[in-house]
Design a protein around this ligand. Structure first.
Ligand code: MTE
Length: 312
């Protein structure tokens, strides 16, 4: 029996076919993005800005943290390309100021927040969370932010608000990946209102005590640690409260593979691979994946009585 190392697994095995096809197309026109006339890749690295005050959060995992370099250079942010290094390479010139987040829909006090307002809305904590990607890799990341619930309380959802949608910026001039219809842009994700209000759901503004790097979703993203990473939308510009379950970008593009809930669940395989184990970036041996990514004691009650094989 041949044991293959993760690096030997062809991308086609762990990538939705339409994404794989689009990646081939992008690579065929390669020069454009990667080498482009000294364009994006030639730009200086994004400057690193320290956050003013960040308090430690007592609930952080004590597991070894991935390095800043690993977290920024191995990521999924399809707006900037499909390969793991593309977000870092292609997002250097991404402009994140000015930036506003519109909060609207079923709320009594709809309003926009500037990024400066968001940075001051609540005390910023450093929360070290595990991130488990649906592609069966994982990392341990010291995020900086505060519970999304702090923002939700400001806008006062009405009784009709049952779900929350998160919309990422749509700007193909700045986001070269959006010129290819891998998914229907913009990237839209969603949560049930109680999931969005859960104290673990983090409105994330930083990483390693600094403002978020562009590759990781600057200037503001979500982190939902008990769900597969794709639920944690990056570079958010709109938060909308709605009555009906939203059709999210991945559910629209491959409903048999990606569900709305997307809770980390080692017992429910992806149609094309197992979810039982994961590879922590930086390690060779795989480890067991934990239900709800190890946060079950805090979140399992949200799903009491639900068949998690059906609601994957
Ligand atoms: N958000 C946007 N807007 N676009 C994306 O392609 N990828 C998701 C999620 N958020 C994605 C996104 C996936 S699949 C993962 S695993 C995480 O971002 C990765 O976040 P990280 O690179 O900061 O670790």
């Amino acid at each position: 029996m041949i044991i293959r190392r993760p690096a030997d697994i062809p991308a086609s095995e762990i990538t939705p076919p339409e994404v794989y096809a689009a990646r081939r197309r992008l690579m065929a026109g390669a020069g454009a993005l990667a080498l482009g006339a000294g364009g994006l890749s030639g730009a200086a690295a994004q400057s690193r800005v320290k956050l003013e005050s960040v308090r430690p959060w007592p609930g952080s995992t004590k597991e070894a943290q991935n390095t800043f370099e690993q977290i920024t250079s191995y990521s999924n942010f399809y707006e900037f390309g499909l390969d793991k290094g593309d977000p870092l390479r292609n997002s250097k010139a991404f402009r994140t100021r000015p930036w506003t987040v519109a909060v609207e829909g079923e709320v009594r006090r709809p309003r926009s927040f500037t990024i400066e307002e968001l940075l001051k809305l609540a005390p910023i904590e450093e929360r070290v969370y595990r991130l488990r990607c649906v592609e069966a890799w994982s990392m341990v990341i010291p995020w900086a932010g505060y519970p999304l619930a702090e923002l939700i309380r400001q806008v006062e959802p009405t009784g009709n608000a049952k779900f929350v949608e998160f919309h990422t910026l749509l700007d193909p001039r700045q986001m070269p990946g959006q010129r290819d219809p891998v998914i229907q842009w913009p990237y839209v994700e969603g949560l049930r209102l109680d999931e969005a209000m859960h104290p673990l759901t983090l409105l994330t503004l930083g990483l390693y005590g600094e403002l978020l790097p562009n590759a990781n979703g600057a200037p503001v993203r979500l982190v939902v640690p008990w769900k597969y990473g794709f639920k944690s939308g990056k570079s958010i510009v709109r938060i909308r409260f709605v009555e009906r379950m939203p059709t999210t970008a991945w559910v629209r593009s491959a409903p048999h593979e990606y569900g709305f809930y997307a809770n980390v669940n080692p017992a429910v395989d992806h149609p094309r691979w197992s979810q039982a184990r994961e590879r922590r970036i930086g390690e060779l041996r795989k480890r067991e994946t934990l239900p709800f990514n190890g946060y079950g004691d805090q979140v399992a009650s949200l799903y009491a009585g639900m068949d998690l094989r059906k609601f994957y």
